[in-house]
Design a protein around this ligand. Structure first.
Ligand code: S3P
Length: 443
């Protein structure tokens, strides 16, 4: 059912501390790796969202014993390739590209065909990017030549290690190959364009034999399989992609300041914060510490005095890939013309975000120039909305919903925003936190 929210008031200034929900990438990776470990792994602060619940449900269908309650999640792993399941099972990845693309890698020794399905948005997304390397390992996919879900995967007991050039800069593809490598004999080698590196960090922490040679734009990764993976107790830090919505709300709201506690500030994830600082923000990481190979800090941010446009260096694209929609709102309020390029991947997310982001900006009177992989945004520092706006969000994209809500609270106007339920995908506390900061909406 389509749930709608109405916002017709800008948010008043605030001075608060918040905690946002757990990191999605780490939550899914922890659960998948725990299912391959030998013994009990326990996680606190696992993201309680649909993408993660779908991960847990898929693993349960594959015979993994899991205890999930409000306080923690416990996964009883039986080791590599230990899934136990009936013929003809169907695994539903819902809206999650990360889940579908990583989970398939754990199925490439399956004796039966396993069906993988997803929702309307996921069923439009490209799977050739993972089919290609997994076929090289020895897996088979049905129907032949189909590159979108639903798909069947069938494994092979005689897998071979591969040498692969990952040239999209996709952490999902890289992680898929890394997980598949656990089941293949010998050494798998990946030359991967830069992307988030949580899987590499977890492998190192778990003593899975991995060698990484970092060059400027790529990493050379070599993985050897291991007989047993040790269980992993983990406290999931907060998600910087979710934090970014509140960072931007604060930048765009006068006389406000915000502290967001315990956020994962892994270098491969902080592109949005660097970009925003270059646009005139003063976002500071305080109380920095290390946690099992990841970096964590509290994010301190204050309203921006003045914002300037940016010609965004493409080197930040991969580390800000999930935050561009919200960065576009800052560009809309900045002085000058901002330019973001080489972003074709943005149109391959839960919805065509480059196109849709541009459409939303046009709706609020901001001029854009859009191509297949770039956008120019003609900012207006005096942007102050008065009219009515309706955002339909056909693919129920959680980030399109949240971008629209932040635009309404920051720029004014009367907004009717569809599919508020989409926040359950990645950030279930989003509306609760808006309320906590004093934002008003009608549901
Ligand atoms: C993710 C990687 C990114 C990102 C997604 C989560 C991950 O996708 O957009 O939200 O956890 O590996 P790509 O790897 O396809 O760029």
């Amino acid at each position: 059912m389509d749930k709608i929210i109405w916002i017709d008031k800008k948010i008043n200034n605030y001075n608060k501390k918040i905690v946002v929900d757990g990191d999605k990438s780490l939550s899914i990776r922890w659960a998948l790796l725990a299912s391959q470990a030998l013994g009990i792994s326990k996680a606190h602060n696992l993201l309680n969202s649909d993408d993660v619940l779908n991960t847990i449900n898929c693993l349960k269908k594959l015979g993994v014993k899991i205890v999930l309650n409000k306080k923690y999640c416990e996964i009883l792993g039986n080791g590599l390739n230990s899934f136990k399941y009936k013929k003809n099972i169907v695994l539903n990845a819902g809206n999650s590209g990360t889940l579908a693309r990583l989970l398939i890698a754990l199925l490439i020794r399956s004796p039966y065909k396993i069906k993988i399905v997803g929702d309307k948005s996921l069923s439009k997304r490209d799977f050739l990017r993972v089919i290609k390397p997994l076929k090289k390992f020895g897996a088979t996919f049905y129907p032949k030549n189909k590159t979108t879900l639903p798909l069947y995967v069938k494994g092979n007991d005689h897998l071979r290690p591969i040498n692969y050039y990952e040239n999209i800069g996709s952490a999902q593809v890289k992680s898929c190959i890394m997980l598949a490598a656990l089941n293949a004999p010998g050494k798998t080698k990946i030359t991967a364009k830069n992307s988030r590196n949580h899987t590499e960090i977890l492998y190192k922490y778990l003593n899975i034999p991995i060698k990484i040679l970092k060059k400027k734009n790529i990493s050379l990764i070599e993985i050897k399989s291991k007989n047993n993976i040790q269980p992993l107790n983990y406290k999931i830090p907060s998600d910087i992609s979710s934090s970014a919505f509140f960072v931007v709300l604060t930048l765009l709201t006068k006389k406000s300041s915000l502290i967001i506690k315990n956020v994962n500030i892994n270098e491969s994830r902080i592109g949005s914060m660097i970009i925003l600082n270059k646009m005139g923000a003063r976002i500071v990481f305080k109380n920095k510490r290390n946690y099992k190979g990841e970096k964590i800090a509290d994010i301190h941010v204050k309203s921006a005095k003045s914002l300037k446009s940016i010609k965004c260096p493409t080197k930040y694209n991969s580390s800000a890939i999930d935050e561009f929609l919200i960065i576009f709102l800052v560009a809309a309020k900045s002085k000058g013309v901002s330019y973001f390029k080489d972003l074709s991947e943005l149109n391959k997310k839960e919805s065509q975000r480059l196109k849709l982001g541009s459409k939303i900006l046009n709706k609020i009177g901001i001029k854009t120039k859009l191509t297949n992989n770039s956008i120019k945004i003609y900012g207006d520092p005096n942007l102050d909305l008065k009219k009515n706006y309706e955002i339909k969000n056909f693919f129920k994209d959680h980030r399109v919903f949240m971008m629209s809500a932040i635009a309404a609270l920051a720029f004014g106007g009367k907004w009717k925003i569809h599919n508020s339920d989409s926040i359950k995908t990645s950030f279930p506390s989003f509306l609760k936190l808006i309320k906590h900061l004093g934002g008003k909406f009608i549901q």
